[in-house]
Design a binder for this molecule. Sequence first.
Ligand SMILES: *Cc1c(COP(=O)(O)O)cnc(C)c1O
Length: 392
Amino acid sequence: MIPAVLPTYSRAPLTFVKGEGSWLIEADGRRFLDMGAGIAVNVLGHANPALVTALTDQASALWHTSNLYHIPQQQTLAERLVEATFADTVFFTNSGTESCELAVKMVRKYWSDKGQPERHKIIAFTGSFHGRSSAGIAAAGSEKMTAGFGPLLPGFIHLAVGDHDALEAAMRAPDVAGVLMEPVQGEGGIIPIPDACLKGLRDLCDETGVLMMLDEVQCGMGRTGKLFAHEWAGVTPDIMMVAKGIGGGFPLGAVLATENAASGMTAGTHGSTYGGNPLGCAVGNAVMETVADDAFLAEVNRKAALLRQGLEALVATHPSVFETVRGAGLMIGLKCAVSNMDVVNAAYAAELIVIPGGDNVVRLLPALNLTDADISEALTRLEATATALSAA
Ligand SMILES: *Cc1c(COP(=O)(O)O)cnc(C)c1O
């Protein structure tokens, strides 16, 4: 008999009932160190007092009105994002998938309004992830996500990351509208795109007019030690998708765009009932207040270096379990020499949460405000995990 919850997930036998900072308490009382943060979502940890206050204050005042009316919290958050980034304008969504949907629509509308509706193709990359909607799975293109769901939304071209010749040729085609990339591939197994590649892509976009669309749903919001990952390369996109960390655990997403890229999106062309609701935006403002701050980001970089150093040592002492460590900031992948699911399960036994990813990787995506003591405890528990697997 089909379970009451549609069985699309394979869940771990764990039920968490409470969270405190980087710690999760299981129903049986065990305390797990959370190095996954709900898949890069709880950027300020669990039950962060500033976020709890922002949410509960807003909850007692007003939950929802819809976008038929002005929403001051949304206005404030949009202004903050515009102030802190390349963007001139912001549309709020409830998830990364919805952000990707709008990005695709925005690019097509842009060219349609320019009198070139035939220019509608979007270049995307193998190993990428852009959500589970029809556009999202067509964009990422992997068999695992698309099988059985055809016919897929047409208009996507898939290239291998690092095939510069193919990219250059594809971008010069007269029907290409945009190019969609994660600056650090997340689900694909923590694969950072080199700064020089992002720079080269920006140059090609400038030359061809193709719009540069960056999916920073996982790598954005301070995760790599800059507010957004593309800042490391010194380039700016035309359109950027955001979600996960921006709500600190409350469902919130956004599409940020330049005035030029957003020029087709006039009244009535897009909408969302919940998007930018007072609750989400109240929390988003509290997240931005903390994360969009140089001193906070400096701490993220310091902690990332500390964790990275410990992980390099761990990998060096356990070559039969871990092959390499890679990533950017607090977005780290450990490429495993054994099955990554064996590592995830052995970590559970050590009361540690890590997250599997593509390319046989386990991901560390902790709260950005984890403490030095949390880092040292994570290393201790990973050491125990590796030792248990070496003995096995
Ligand atoms: C998680 C993710 C998405 C999808 O976000 P949802 O909130 O699950 O819809 C899209 N792009 C990237 C890069 C992601 O990591």
